[in-house]
Design a protein around this ligand. Sequence first.
Ligand SMILES: *[C@@H]1O[C@H](CO)[C@@H](O)[C@H](O)[C@H]1NC(C)=O
Length: 448
Amino acid sequence: MQTFFFIGGLLFIFYVSSSSLASTGPHLTTLKQPFLASTSQQLTALKQNDLQPEDFKLKVDPSLHFENPRLMKAYCALQEWKKAIYSDPQNLTGNWVGPNVCSYEGVFCAHALDDPNILTVALIDLNYGDIAGQLVPHIALLSDLGVFHINSNRFCGIIPETFSRLNLLFEFDVSNNRFVGPFPKVVLDMPHLRFLDIRYNEFEGKLPPELFDKRLDAIVINNNRFHSTIPENIGNSRVSMLVLANNKFTGCIPKSFGNMPRLEQVSFSNNLLTGCIPEEIVNLQGLILFDVSNNKFIGKLPKNLYTLKRVERFDFSNNHLTGTIPKSICSMPALLDFRIYRNYFHEISGECDKLVDEKLLSMKEKDNCFPKRPHQRSDKICSQMINTQVDCKNVGCSTPQNNVVEQGNRKITPHKLKPSPQKVHPPPTPVPQPPKPTTKPPPVVRGL
Ligand SMILES: *[C@@H]1O[C@H](CO)[C@@H](O)[C@H](O)[C@H]1NC(C)=O
């Protein structure tokens, strides 16, 4: 199970391993990000801001004995939460009884950061619990909480406003539940949040631009109902992992995208994004995974992609991309998986096939316009697309409503080439793959 050590001090290092990135299949992710929690002065200031049971008019049975007042607060929080749990098929909260909260299932204690002599609740892990219920405002009484993981349950409703008072929280994972409503802005007020995972819920509407100004290490929000455009300030973010897949984002990838020096993994897959893939991508020298599959991108691949020496996987499949696939891309030093199927590329270097034959590269290139290859699009469609020049500067970012891309005085109708998505019967949407219970390892948290 979990390993959770605090050996005093204020310096954390945390590792998060997650084996399912978006719906794009298992992909092992390691985030390794040391961070200085705060100075003791800051910590004291934060502590003064902590919620108290009186804030909720809670009274505790005076016959119960608690090792310290913070465990008494934790008892209040957990008992109130238990009242809002309506189904617990594995009886995980069955032993949430009595004052010894550190022995409760899914509740882990550690020495307080500001007082190594006392134990407080530092971690909640109810992952894969299948619990139905709601989050209650009282949970914010767990003011020493560093990690809150409730992924793969049936929690519904919204994230309570009081969660902004979780002053030490740095990992918040409520993925694969039934939360609804707009983006939970309360996470923006958590002063130490680094890891945000709200994928597989039903959050909807716009993303607040503040999300990208916050010092996070990971933003994982795939498989929700977010729509509208991606905020222009995306490039302010310092995340290493950004997963926006399987929502309904429209417009272009903002130009500032190239300013994210720590970005290693990014997925825009399965949205309604358009425009050209920004040339600025070549500034992202740490990139390992880049997935823009299943969108409406047009134009050619950015120049000098080959300079991205760490990329292991490129997925450009199912867009309206044109042009050639140079040798320099296929022979990128770390590239293992290259997907370009369902586009309009018309030329590819023989070097790519050589690497595939030597099993150094996996490539999926069906349904393009490569001459003399099997499973390509028809000559008629291809000649129309190949002769169309896309001017990325002037192409605009509005997702074509009527499936027509304006192109000077020439019009191309890429969507007519495929069944129109706006039929009476909605097209089969990609089946979301919820995080798999057996493959997602529990968090490992280490302190120095
Ligand atoms: C749930 O767990 C508690 C404590 O472990 C136990 O007393 C209770 O009988 C269990 N309930 C069921 C329905 O198994």
